[in-house]
Design a protein around this ligand. Structure first.
Ligand SMILES: Cc1cc2nc3c(=O)[nH]c(=O)nc-3n(C[C@H](O)[C@H](O)[C@H](O)COP(=O)(O)O)c2cc1C
Length: 314
């Protein structure tokens, strides 16, 4: 309800009073100019319902989605649990979204001030070995309307999705994605970068092989990380048997460590988007020091509000 109210205010009245972006914070990665390195993580505006709001709150970019080919309702409620004492959230949403065609309509004709990424996934009823067909469908639909596309293979709330991290699945998956991408580049004479969103729960021994595949398929960027299933990162044991992934402060260190680990095996051109537990300017700086080029926030915004964006950019 708050977001819907904010969207109405920002689309009409407040927009006129918001200052222009400060160009001194501009950074260029993946051939995209970002007004600042701080972006909005996927899941906050899954369907592009709050575009006027997110366009005007000082963010450097925003990632919409996760969106799937068909609309779907997601998992049973309750499915989002706030843990304010620990600046954490557990969510078990399961890609509830209005479908890629809805998002396409929202983006068509929208005057964006910041780069917009679209995060895509598979419908719950698509078998994992056919997952690539859902991603290909979404890519074709939104290719021209966004600045980059994220392949989300890391949500813990869609059955077997994380299997796509295994080499035997990932090679085949990216081979099919690359074929479609090459076709879209030719068709539109435009190269929209491809980003892969990674789970924090991968086995450490797999990092090198994951990086090799990412390098071989010339993936433009990776997001480290999605939410974790490791509830032991929470202080309160009462949540240990809740379904869903943990975000926020408890995952900050784990995500940062993965950034450093991936950095050593990735090609120099691969852009790292650091995501997980940014709650302050100093925690944003820690991610950059770990090796991130760009940053994304979600849970921090829920607990700290819009002031966090100003604090980090300032
Ligand atoms: C309620 C909620 C919904 C989310 N939905 C998505 C989603 O649809 N797709 C996705 O890739 N990540 C999703 N995420 C994960 C975030 O994008 C982000 O990777 C994660 O929360 C870590 O960042 P944070 O600690 O700043 O929240 C969601 C997170 C939350 C809390």
């Amino acid at each position: 309800m708050s977001l819907s109210a904010a969207e109405i205010l920002y689309s009409s009245y407040l927009k006129k009073f918001i200052s222009k972006n400060n160009t001194s914070l501009n950074k260029k990665y993946m051939n995209i100019t970002f007004p600042s390195v701080l972006g909005l993580a996927a899941g906050f505006d899954k369907n592009g319902d709050y575009l006027n709001f997110i366009n005007n709150i000082g963010l450097g970019f925003a990632e919409l989605g996760t969106i799937t080919p068909k609309a779907q309702t997601g998992n049973k409620k309750p499915r989002v649990f706030r843990i304010p004492d620990e600046f954490a959230i557990i969510n078990h949403l399961g890609f509830n979204n209005k479908g890629v065609n809805y998002l396409k309509k929202q983006l068509t004709g929208f005057e964006k001030k910041i780069p917009i990424g679209v995060n895509i996934g598979k419908n719950a009823d698509t078998p994992i070995h056919d997952a690539f067909t859902d991603y290909q469908y979404c890519m074709r639909e939104i290719y021209e309307l966004c600045d980059y596309i994220t392949l989300n293979i890391s949500s813990p709330n869609t059955n077997k999705l994380r299997d796509l991290h295994k080499s035997e699945y990932l090679e085949d998956f990216l081979y099919n994605i690359k074929k479609t991408h090459d076709g879209l580049i030719r068709k539109h004479s435009k190269r929209t970068p491809i980003v892969l969103k990674i789970s924090p729960d991968i086995n450490h021994d797999n990092i090198y092989s994951l990086c090799k595949i990412i390098n071989d398929y010339e993936i433009d960027g990776i997001i480290l990380t999605n939410t974790t299933l490791d509830k032991s990162l929470l202080n309160s044991e009462k949540y240990y048997n809740y379904d869903g992934g943990v975000s926020g402060l408890p995952i900050h260190k784990k995500s940062n460590n993965l950034i450093s680990d991936f950095k050593t095996s990735l090609s120099r051109e691969t852009v790292i988007i650091g995501c997980g537990g940014i709650m302050s300017k100093s925690s944003a700086q820690e991610k950059i020091l770990s090796g991130a080029h760009l940053l994304q926030i979600y849970t921090g915004l829920v607990y700290k509000g819009l002031g966090l964006i100003k604090e980090i950019n300032g």
